[in-house]
Design a protein around this ligand. Structure first.
Ligand SMILES: *[C@@H]1O[C@H](CO)[C@@H](O)[C@H](O)[C@H]1NC(C)=O
Ligand SMILES: *[C@@H]1O[C@H](CO)[C@@H](O)[C@H](O)[C@H]1NC(C)=O
Ligand SMILES: *[C@@H]1O[C@H](CO)[C@@H](O)[C@H](O)[C@H]1NC(C)=O
Ligand SMILES: *[C@@H]1O[C@H](CO)[C@@H](O)[C@H](O)[C@H]1NC(C)=O
Length: 505
């Protein structure tokens, strides 16, 4: 047993081994059995103290000695580090090994309870390598085997702490040390990312690759569970290219190979995240980051419309082409199934002229070559739908859309560029036929009546899907060269000779 007894009038402790004849016999008998912070009043007769001789000028012969002893510290050269775990989390995955990097909080006290240091006073964790001599030997040993969230008391004798001389300030020489430690973070510089797949959809036709553009939600926490960021707090997915250096390296890697709808946990060591510096006020330096990710959708800028035919009538013609007037039903949703819109809600079909820019490009492409009665599923990337902006309150920016379409009806369009065509040969007496009141000029009403009659009698056709009166107005305008609101025979002939524009007779 060793002991140190305070010699108050010297203002420092008395440090000595007990039972090794370094003390007077009476003290060697009095100290065993004492515990730290115990105080004993000891009375020693001369034959167990300095006897007949006394001691110099200080202790006369045959003196009975009285000691007031307070035990402050006690250790043995055989002692080892003592570890007492008083809290171990349920999930205790990885444990500290030699050469790991750890972040922890601690309170350091002497054996008698005097606090000499605390990481809390610096308002930051103590960050260090373990087991390679960066720490005092007692800590290098005492931290081994700890897991994140674990709390331990690590007690060490001075020769595993600061030794004979202490640390020169708050830790006296020959002091045993007691550290109350909670481990907050742990990684090894050799670590890569860790991926834990939590939910993978059964159907996964495609896995993400570098260069894809992804929309995902995430919750970011530190290893001890402290949240540092979440996409949910912003009410919108995080949207970015992956595998191209726009993200921290660990995330760029962790988002590769995911399925749409997948949930995974990506654990990223600091050298693949925000390094020794950390970022903002929420990610401390050297922190391991845990991202719980939910992949909402992704696409590649080179994607085109994916067409899957779900029903095809036995006789499937004619096929829809540019210029045709098509009527269809659709249900629109996001890839995760979120409902966007449906024609069934309005009880009528959606009608457009193909190729006229009346719907998003992806829909135009997907309707091509459909026949009446056919059903298709179209997957349309955002650059062929509503782009990065989406539609406020309806379609999120950069969203991939899914359209289930059914072609209900179709009217064949006119050849490209034509708004009116003759089905039969053109009458040689057109002008005369139009000029009903025989005043040698054709007024708008005469013109319009005539064209509509031709259409009704099946002799001519107007381009389907457009306002017929607008078309006829344009036709009239083209013929009425001087713009005076009537067509003369001269204007009529001139225009017929040029015959370049198609909004004419
Ligand atoms: C250290 O002391 C602080 C303040 O009293 C306390 O909150 C903390 O739990 C103690 N233990 C550790 C390991 O930090
Ligand atoms: C997110 O949405 C919730 C509920 O609609 C709302 O209370 C909150 O203010 C929104 N937060 C942001 C950052 O827009
Ligand atoms: C994020 O946390 C919220 C709230 O706990 C939870 O509803 C959501 O599912 C979490 N998201 C992920 C991707 O884990
Ligand atoms: C749209 O969804 C409704 C309800 O599920 C369904 O009856 C209808 O056939 C769908 N329409 C198309 C075009 O797929």
């Amino acid at each position: 047993i060793t002991g140190s007894a305070e010699l108050y009038d010297r203002g420092s402790t008395y440090n000595v081994f007990v039972g090794k004849k370094q003390l007077i016999e009476g003290m060697d008998k009095a100290l065993p059995g004492m515990c730290v912070n115990e105080r004993r009043l000891v009375k020693i007769p001369p034959h167990l103290a300095y006897g007949k001789e006394g001691y110099g000028d200080v202790i006369p012969p045959d003196a009975v000695l009285h000691f007031d002893v307070l035990l402050l510290d006690i250790w043995n050269p055989e002692d080892k580090v003592q570890v007492k775990t008083y809290h171990r989390p349920e999930r205790c995955g990885r444990e500290v090994r030699v050469s790991d990097f750890v972040r922890y909080h601690y309170n350091g006290t002497l054996l008698d309870g005097t606090l000499f240091d605390s990481s809390h006073t610096r308002l930051r964790t103590y960050d260090t390598y373990v087991g390679i001599g960066w720490l005092i030997a007692g800590m290098d040993q005492g931290l081994l085997g700890m897991c994140v969230g674990e709390k331990r008391i690590i007690t060490m004798p001075p020769f595993l702490g600061y030794g004979e001389n202490g640390d020169g300030s708050d830790i006296p020489g020959q002091a045993s040390l007691v550290f109350d430690v909670v481990l907050l973070d742990l990684h090894n510089p050799k670590d890569g990312i860790a991926v834990e797949k939590q939910q993978v959809p059964e159907k996964c036709p495609r896995r993400s690759k570098a260069g894809d553009y992804m929309r995902y939600h995430y919750n970011g926490t530190l290893l001890d569970g402290t949240p540092f960021d979440s996409s949910y707090s912003r009410n919108s997915t995080y949207n970015t290219y992956i595998g191209m250096g726009y993200l921290i390296a660990g995330m760029d890697e962790g988002l590769l190979g995911v399925c749409i709808g997948e949930r995974r946990r990506v654990t990223i060591p600091p050298h693949l995240a925000y390094g020794e510096e950390g970022t903002g006020t929420t990610v401390p330096g050297s922190a391991v980051l845990v991202f719980d990710v939910h992949v909402v959708d992704f696409h590649n800028p080179s994607d085109t419309v994916q067409v899957a035919i779900s029903f095809k009538p036995e006789v499937c013609e004619p096929l829809a082409k540019k210029g045709d007037f098509v009527k269809y039903h659709y249900n629109a949703s996001l890839l995760d199934g979120t409902f966007i819109d449906s024609t069934h809600r309005y009880g009528k079909t959606y009608n457009v002229v193909l190729g006229a820019g009346q719907v998003v490009l992806g829909m135009e492409m997907g309707l091509q070559d459909m026949c009446v009665g056919e059903k298709r599923r179209l997957v349309v990337p955002p650059h062929l739908a509503y782009g990065e902006r989406g539609i406020d309150g309806e379609v999120p920016g950069s969203a991939v859309l899914v359209f289930d379409v059914e072609l209900v009806d179709m009217e064949e369009g006119l050849p490209e560029g034509y708004m009116f065509v003759w089905n039969d040969d053109v009458s040689p007496d057109l002008f005369v036929e139009m000029d009903k009141n025989k005043d040698s000029q054709v007024e708008p009403s005469e013109f319009s009546d005539y064209i509509l009659r031709q259409v009704n009698e099946g002799k001519g056709r107007l381009a389907p899907g457009f306002d017929r009166h607008k078309i006829i107005e344009n036709m009239f305008g083209n013929q009425d060269r001087n713009g005076d609101g009537k067509i003369t025979e001269d204007e009529f002939r001139l225009k017929a000779d040029e015959s370049v524009d198609h909004d004419e007779l």
